[in-house]
Design a protein around this ligand. Structure first.
Ligand SMILES: Nc1ncnc2c1ncn2[C@@H]1O[C@H](COP(=O)(O)OP(=O)(O)OP(=O)(O)O)[C@@H](O)[C@H]1O
Length: 304
């Protein structure tokens, strides 16, 4: 459904993203990970036609047969929000502080031709869909009257308003506390029609995504099903990411996010981190394994 082929991004002569290719099928949830500056955001912004001034994209990206790269702004305006939409890290900068949130959700629909009365009605439905309690009341609130987590739900409602084919999230939960983050991730995973999820946090990817793309220095250096990439990283950089992530020292925490803490001693496959495990016991040298639900890794002995 989304097919990205040899997407490159330049600022003048400097190549910032180099020949990135990947696809996302309907319903699929793909994580885009990599260190700061590796090109994740520029890749996503290329798909939205929102690259900064002086930065250009080449290559192709087609969503449901429609080109996203190299098309005039007028066409992009129509696609943005309607075919592909994005949730950013900081909702306060994306929301208009002077406008009630219901009106902001309504506006993205009227801009795409939905009659005002229908859009107002649907805005309240959408605020309910992203599980904001008392959505009619929330619709009348201004952004500063809501919590960070509630504002991020409003952003998600806005992103979903025109029923896009693809949702892109760029670190949408980084600013939220852990409990709110978990609820938000579950919601995103549930409502996204197809998802490209950018993060630094491997535990977040493990709890939301089916597949993962790893970027390094502007290229995709590794990609594949989550369990394959995490269990048998092929690129040295991915190994490093895994070793440096919360997954290694705090395997239990990851398992908790995925809702599946395997009891100690009940995990016959052993530890996925093998000799990199800080609990290095003989058990850690056995074959990698996944928890029962296939989402998370864990040692068969409890991590602290
Ligand atoms: N407007 C710009 N002009 C020139 N270079 C830019 C511009 N925007 C980003 N870059 C550079 O492009 C590279 C990739 O940036 P990008 O924002 O995509 O990284 P990222 O992986 O999303 O990082 P982070 O995780 O910190 O958001 C970086 O080296 C960055 O400095």
């Amino acid at each position: 459904m989304l097919k990205v082929d040899r997407l490159s991004v330049h600022a003048g002569p400097v190549e910032l993203v180099r020949e990135v290719s990947f696809g996302i099928a309907p319903g699929e949830r793909v994580g885009l990970i990599g260190e700061s500056g590796s090109g994740k955001s520029l890749t996503a912004l290329s798909l939205m036609g929102l690259l900064p001034e002086g930065v250009t994209a080449t290559g192709t990206a087609r969503l449901e047969g429609r080109d996203l790269v190299g098309v005039p702004e007028r066409r992009l305006k129509d696609l943005r929000g309607r075919r592909v939409s994005m949730v950013f890290q900081e909702p306060m900068t994306a929301l208009n502080p002077l406008m009630r949130v219901g009106a902001q959700v309504t506006e993205v629909m009227t801009l795409h031709g939905v009659p005002a009365a229908r859009a107002r009605e649907r805005a309240v439905e959408l605020l309910g869909r992203v599980r904001l309690p008392q959505p009619a009341q929330v619709a009348r609130a201004y952004p500063h009257q809501l919590s960070g987590g509630q504002r991020q739900r409003v952003m998600l409602a806005i992103a979903l308003a025109n029923e896009p084919d693809l949702l892109i999230c760029d670190e949408p939960t980084t600013a939220l506390d852990v409990t709110v983050q978990k609820q938000m991730l579950e919601l995103i995973a549930e409502v996204a029609p197809a998802l490209l999820f950018i993060t630094h946090d491997l535990a977040v990817v493990a709890s939301v995504c089916d597949r993962v793309l790893v970027m390094y220095g502007g290229r995709v250096v590794e990609s594949g099903p989550l369990r394959e990439v995490f269990a048998r990283p092929r690129h040295r950089y991915t190994e490093g990411l895994l070793a440096a992530s919360r997954l290694t020292p705090r395997g239990t925490r990851l398992a908790t996010i995925a809702g599946s803490v395997p009891p100690a001693g009940h995990f016959p496959g052993g530890c996925v981190f093998r000799n990199r495990c800080p609990h290095a016991t003989p058990a850690c040298e056995s074959e990698p394994a996944l928890t029962g639900d296939g989402h998370a890794f864990a040692c068969w002995h409890p991590h602290g």
